[in-house]
Design a protein around this ligand. Sequence first.
Ligand SMILES: C[S@@+](CC[C@H](N)C(=O)[O-])C[C@H]1O[C@@H](n2cnc3c(N)ncnc32)[C@H](O)[C@@H]1O
Length: 303
Amino acid sequence: MYFHNFFQSIAKRYRHGWVFETGMSNEASRGARRKKSLVALHWSGRPCNSWLAPGAEPGSPEYFERTEAERHRLEPFVARFARYQDWKGKSVLEVGCGIGFDLCQFARSGARAVGVDLTAAGAALSTQRLRHHHAPGQALVADCEQLPFVDATFDFVYSWGVIHHTPDTDKAAREIVRVVKPGGQVTVMIYNRRSLVALQAYLVYGLLKGRPLRRIAEIIATHLESPGTKAYTVREARGLFPSLEDVSITSVVTPYDLRIGRNRYLPHWVGSIMPQSLGYFMVIQGKKPRLERSLSESVIDAA
Ligand SMILES: C[S@@+](CC[C@H](N)C(=O)[O-])C[C@H]1O[C@@H](n2cnc3c(N)ncnc32)[C@H](O)[C@@H]1O
């Protein structure tokens, strides 16, 4: 009943429909839509991490079990940041839920969990994963640059490896902060430009191709995952969330930093002796200031 009421209230807070950029010229708006469509096309054709279960029928029990086990093997550190158990009874939004690993973990841990993804494929597979585990929760199709929720809806907003793919990452970051409640938490993973993955990409697509002056940002945008992917320095990452407080930024060395072939990686322990600041995954954690505090701060500022 509790969950039913929560999802009813989410349904009320869900603003239907796609509203395209109002303050843009027609041409800029067309350009933005085109870039977004290319991102959607990429992830619709290859729902994120589906490749972890080659040969399994997407949506089958085998697919869900194998992708989950393999994702856990490759990215065991995710749980440290997602802290699934901490959100029991709380409202959680996952932005860019992909095929629903984390969304399902939140729901299974007792959170009132809602996921959104740009693609219908992602939302559908996430919904099926929830059903597979008999977990409550919802997955919807939505754009992280225009989250379909009113302000201050969620206790926790979580996003893992998503907002660097969308054309207007600043806007996505502002949307995340908008929908979290004052005092609520935000955890967002984006890619680190000063990482071993970025270095490998430069070696392969820059140096070895005889183009040593090619910029890393351009290489990443062209060759890593969906078109236009970005990667950030710590300073830029902090700049995405200027209004959060108690911000921490933690980089993690991932198997992808230790890749030595298409599906071959150096053993995990090598990652543990590397400087973590060279890791590809950069996790931003912070808290949205409480209204009372912002108000009192503005009174002090005005005095
Ligand atoms: C690298 S996958 C990560 C998925 C999931 N968070 C995970 O860890 O498995 C990137 C996901 O971001 C989604 N995505 C990209 N742009 C988006 C946007 N503008 N709004 C919502 N989701 C988006 C893609 O559809 C894709 O599922």
